[in-house]
Design a protein around this ligand. Structure first.
Ligand code: AMP
Length: 444
């Protein structure tokens, strides 16, 4: 199947072709006709499947070909896309701009961590497509600076993550402010009971699409475990980076403090590194991500939530410096590599404290990961496991706090497992250009 067979307008096809894509991914091949047909959609698809274009392309087509309501003046928001994190919101809006570059439609993204006033200006001016994280959108609703009365299409992207992050109340308040008659698209990687309840209340006779689960993405990623003593992880990472000459590595740590510490250590080893996590200002996170994407930064150290939705083409190496507390996060992490068919490599540095986490992961992905001991880093066979520190120690790196009234509960499917509550993406700024994007201050 080719993109040209999907019924999209020439202007959109041209933009797709500019990206170098000719063949739709499975989610695109199914979602695009379903969305063009105008009905609701429930899609099981994860980051890395091409889902963003799966909803963006048909939305752009529908908005650009619909006849404008003569009774509505200005540029009302006609599509609202909600995402769980700031990074994902920015990436989705970037896609909207890329795929819509030959159309007259306008878009904006609003999220927290940056000043609200530039967003107010943008919203006053009017945009066709608004991408937002729930927190700041609510701020705007409360201040009366956003008008959602003309929304025709609603997208909930990574709905499972939004629920995990405690956004359900916020989402319900947003839904209550939308016109009753609209098209709803819900994308989720997993289908917990909570998601099913949300979908039941939201969707009207939806088309249902489920593309290959992440586990099959897992197949194309070479995975390895390097057993190592807890205090040898840093020298081992430096050893791996230097001997293999890795030039672009995404490294995951469990805590924000751990991420900061590792950055300092790597820099002492003459390896350029930056951290992204919830305690970093939005501008610092955006800068680190941009430098990493451009190839100017060798190592990006991230906590799980900060890395969610990061889209880096052809990222060759992911390192689990610490295993995640929740097995599903392993799959999300390694999915940063090997995207859209590219092959990648994911290595995990595992110490004795993490053996039970490793077991959980292997159970989830239904395979045993190969162990490879590295010469000079043989783990002490008599080492005793110590409890894993879930929260950061000092240095301002307290464990991430859940959003008030929201997250902090264990992820479904992992009963009783402690999980540090994710930092919500709930402050928020409207940005239209990358330049503006990088200039935001902190605070809601
Ligand atoms: P997503 O799942 O939307 O985050 O997309 C994952 C990655 O696949 C992104 O880097 C996209 O640019 C890329 N991508 C999207 N559609 C296609 C396609 N049809 N062919 C190849 N790559 C694609």
């Amino acid at each position: 199947m080719l993109f040209t067979e999907l019924g999209l307008s020439d202007a959109i096809l041209r933009a797709v072709s500019d990206q170098g894509y000719t063949t739709p991914t499975p989610i695109q091949a199914q979602a695009i006709p379903a969305v063009l047909a105008g009905g609701d959609l429930l899609a099981g698809a994860q980051t890395g499947t091409g889902k963003t274009a799966g909803f963006t392309l048909p939305i752009l087509h529908r908005l650009s070909t619909a006849i404008k309501n003569p009774n509505v003046h200005g540029t009302p928001i006609r599509t609202l896309i909600l995402t769980p994190t700031r990074e994902l919101a920015a990436q989705v809006e970037e896609s909207v701009r890329q795929y819509g570059k030959y159309l007259k439609l306008t878009s904006a993204v609003i999220f927290g961590g940056v000043g609200i006033n530039p967003q107010i200006k943008l919203l006053k001016h009017g945009v066709d497509i608004l991408v937002a994280t729930p927190g700041r959108l609510l701020d705007h609703m409360q201040q009366g600076t956003v008008n959602l009365n003309h929304v025709e299409i609603l997208v909930l992207d990574e709905a499972d993550r939004m629920l995990d992050m405690g956004f359900i109340k916020d989402i319900k308040r947003v839904l209550a402010a939308l016109p009753k008659k609209r098209q709803n698209l819900l994308f989720s990687a997993t289908f917990s009971d909570e998601i099913k309840t949300l979908a039941d209340g939201l969707l009207n006779a939806p088309a249902m699409i489920e593309v290959a689960r992440r586990n099959s993405t897992v197949e194309i990623i070479a995975q390895k475990v390097h057993p190592v003593d807890r205090d040898k992880k840093h020298p081992m990472l430096t050893h791996l980076i230097k001997t293999h000459q890795w030039s672009q590595v995404l490294v995951f740590t469990r805590t924000k403090h751990g991420a900061n510490k590792l950055v300092e250590q790597l820099e002492k080893d003459a390896i350029s590194a930056m951290a992204i996590h919830g305690n970093k200002s939005q501008s610092a996170r955006t800068k680190a991500l941009a430098e990493f994407k451009d190839g100017n930064l060798q190592v990006l150290v991230a906590t799980d939530i900060a890395a969610r939705g990061i889209d880096i083409d052809q990222l060759p190496h992911v390192v689990n410096y610490d295993l995640p507390n929740v097995a599903e996060d392993y799959v999300h992490r390694i999915g940063r590599t090997g995207r859209a068919g590219a092959t990648g490599e994911a290595v995990s540095l595992v110490c004795v404290d993490e053996f039970s986490l490793l077991k959980d992961i292997e159970k989830l992905i239904k395979r045993e990961l190969p162990r490879e001991i590295i010469d000079g880093f043989e783990p002490d066979p008599h080492a005793k496991a110590q409890p894993i520190q879930l929260r950061s120690g000092g240095g301002g790196g307290r464990g991430q706090q859940p959003r008030a009234g929201g997250a902090g509960k264990p992820r479904s499917g992992t009963p009783g497992k402690p999980r540090s509550g994710p930092a919500p993406a709930n402050g928020n700024v409207a940005v239209r250009s990358s330049a503006q994007h990088r200039s935001g201050g902190r605070g809601r």
